[in-house]
Design a protein around this ligand. Structure first.
Ligand SMILES: Cc1ncc(COP(=O)(O)O)c(C=O)c1O
Length: 305
């Protein structure tokens, strides 16, 4: 399996569980998968190439068309990880934003994932994996009758699954419908633009990403030969003390806008401006998701907020 270094750790986890060799390829300077380097990483044992739309750390969309074309040419499956963009990009495009092709309109894409609990606005526990062909879908199904209990059939990796998240996802999608998703996406877009503009206006920091997408890394901007002026771990600490909870990344702080943020964008930007102004040094480590907001206290215990 060949992925960019920015692919979600879920791929590394699957590789570990399934004992698959995971080749991670460094990304280009803009944070996108390097299509040429990914092509070079394919050999006769490669079964799957992966691209993200967009990737979690930087909010940029990999060159899916190029990657999928290479995969098709080399007879390799291609998965678009649209966990973040799957329920956002279709409406982003309809709002008139330029969105590079990432879905089954791209010939080489053989599967894609799209999390309903992100911009689908459902709660966690149900997600979507879609396959280009019934043949690929069938390979996910497990049928078994070599025991005394009759035919066992299971469609997902987890066997017995709770129905409420599935019903919740169905309800969210039915309730919002195409128009509802357009409305929510318009709010997210407006908020994302406001926050991006606000971040640039503060000075000393910059937001990663493109297409004005609402997923970004806030980084220290480079100031000439002196390098960055702002110490981002310190900024994260100040934001913590004001009740915000920004995931620490290796290169900055992670931010993902939802419709709710429309109401709090101004106070967030004001706090961020204050935090940047303090430039405080800190020892916070990079953390993702679940343990973000947990940090060691001076006695080495983990304090959870
Ligand atoms: C871009 C991306 N891909 C994949 C995943 C799926 O990860 P998991 O299977 O661990 O929930 C996530 C989860 O947040 C994600 O953000």
């Amino acid at each position: 399996m060949v992925t960019a270094a920015t692919a979600h750790p879920a791929f590394a986890k699957a590789a570990k569980y399934l004992d698959i060799e995971h080749v991670r390829v460094p990304v280009a300077a803009d944070g996108r998968a390097d299509a040429a380097a990914m092509a070079d990483a394919i050999d006769h044992r490669t079964g799957l190439l992966v691209g993200s739309a967009p990737c979690y750390p930087f909010g940029v969309i990999d060159p899916i068309e190029e990657l999928a074309a290479t995969a098709a040419e080399r007879g390799v499956l291609f998965h678009t990880d649209a966990c973040l963009g799957g329920w956002l990009l279709p409406w982003w495009e309809r709002l008139g934003e330029p969105v590079p092709p990432w879905d089954f309109r791209v010939p080489g894409v053989t599967s894609l994932s799209a999390d309903i609990h992100k911009y689908g606005y459902s709660f966690k526990g149900a997600s979507v994996v879609a396959y280009r062909s019934r043949d690929l879908l069938r390979r996910q199904h497990f049928w078994y009758d070599d025991w005394p209990g009759g035919l066992y059939a299971s469609g997902t990796t987890a066997g017995t699954r709770p129905a409420p998240p599935i019903a919740g996802a169905w309800a969210a999608v039915k309730h919002l419908g195409g128009d509802g998703y357009m409305r929510q996406t318009a709010i997210v877009r407006e908020t994302s633009l406001r926050v991006r503009g606000g971040i640039e206006a503060i000075g000393g920091i910059a937001a990663s990403g493109d297409l004005n997408l609402p997923i970004m890394e806030i980084r220290a901007a480079l100031s000439g030969s002196r390098g960055p002026d702002v110490e981002m771990a310190g900024v994260g600490d100040v934001m913590d003390s004001r009740g915000w909870n920004l995931d620490r990344q290796q290169g900055g702080l992670h931010l993902m806008r939802s419709p709710y943020h429309a109401r709090i964008a101004d106070v967030f930007l004001a706090d961020l401006a204050d935090a940047v102004a303090t430039h405080r040094a800190s020892t916070s480590a990079a953390t993702y998701g679940g343990i973000a907001g947990a940090r060691p206290d001076p006695d080495g215990r983990v304090e959870r907020r």
